[in-house]
Write a protein that binds this ligand. Sequence first.
Ligand SMILES: [Zn+2]
Length: 259
Amino acid sequence: MGFVKFLGTAGARFVVGKQLRYSAGTWIELSERKLLLDPGPGTLLRCRKSRPPLDPEKLDGIILTHKHLDHSTDVNVMLEVMAELGHKGKKGILFAPRDCLEGEDPVVLRYVRQYPERIEVLKEGPVYTVDEIRVFAVQHVHGDAETYGVVLDSPEGRVGFVVDTRFTPELPRHYAGCDLLVLNVVRLKPTPEIDHLSLPEAAEIIREVKPRLAVLTHFGMTMLRARPRELAQRLSEELDIEVIAADDGLTIEADRWRR
Ligand SMILES: [Zn+2]
């Protein structure tokens, strides 16, 4: 059965820098394919320490939503492990925005690009595939970094990741029909000068999308101090939709989101 495992739930500099929560990425298994979203600092370590173990050499793909450090630092080592340790040759797919690959400061090292079998430049519009999984990118607004949320459609349901972004009223439409909706909620209160979702904005998206299950993650300090678990509980009651706050290592199996 498919599942999503949160190897890390840290968002923003302070929580990542102090490692108040782990900053590893999210492991996704759908229709027997294994994908890794946003391999931040510590992703390889958290894979190896995971119980039951997660073998990164078995990955089919890595999705980088944007170049910021807390999402991308382990991408190079993970690309190498995905290909080299498993196969001794090219293996796996890398999905990444153009500015992770080109320009002044690309985060994917050039010599590592020999490892994946294919590199897909993310943009909104095309439908990418990983066998039975269809992958859609959703354009976000997040400072100078070209950033995309992702929707993964598979026989095991539709799973959406609303990653770092400023709130825009168009967002919910792009995540329509998601059975599981994961949202990066860095801030407790809206902060217009920062391109990150706050709790009330995340609530607005959940209210409109109406997923079977919503998961809050990627917490900054203001969220952690306010106790994410209790905030999620209150949101569930307010919206009459199940909302939970991710902890490091939380695994959610597909039967919790399938309708
Ligand atoms: Zn970011």
